[in-house]
Ligand binder design. Structure first.
Ligand code: HEM
Length: 138
């Protein structure tokens, strides 16, 4: 599994290098000013999906896009915590806001319920038991 991760992260790094190389060839632009405003816009437009949810004519597709986007964010965070869990038991508890004492961490833990249900389902095709026991869920 570690080898798969090394290959995956290497491919990701390569792709990022190609994209950053293309960006560097463009006209220089300073984006280091107005940092608080930029962070605010990131939360409002990026994470808050304001443009997509805010159009009254396309409200429903906007909401659907926001749900897909937040779901992808959640899966992304979960992937990273599970990668860490493979090496350090209880990895998630060390991360800011993701420990089970936090509401955000609680929701991420909730997603593990799926894992637990599958593992206790006595399903011979279930490929998760080893994975779940490594996360302390079985
Ligand atoms: C079924 C899958 C998806 C479809 C069909 C889709 C489609 C679109 C479309 C058409 C736009 C442009 C909207 C506009 O300005 O008119 C857009 C914007 C965007 N999408 Fe998606 N998207 C999908 C999933 C995702 C996912 C999984 C992510 C990220 C994890 C994502 C991130 C974004 C972001 C950041 C924007 C720009 C938002 C903005 O400018 O306000 N999308 N998407």
């Amino acid at each position: 599994m570690s080898a798969v991760m090394v290959v995956a992260w290497s491919v990701f790094a390569l792709q990022m290098m190609i994209k950053i190389g293309a960006l560097k060839k463009m006209a220089p632009e300073s984006r280091m000013d107005q940092i608080p405003r930029r962070i605010g816009l990131l939360f409002k437009i990026g994470i808050g999906q304001e443009k997509l949810v805010g159009r009254s004519r396309e409200r429903m597709p906007g909401i659907m896009h926001a749900l897909i986007f937040w779901g992808a964010m959640l899966i992304g965070i979960r992937e990273v915590t599970l990668m860490g869990e493979g090496f350090v038991h209880g990895f998630q508890e060390y991360l800011p806001l993701l420990g089970s004492n936090y509401l955000s961490g609680f929701f991420i833990h909730l997603s593990l319920q799926h894992c637990r249900t599958r593992c206790f389902a006595d399903d011979p095709s279930c490929a998760l038991p080893a994975f779940c026991s490594s996360t302390g869920q079985a």
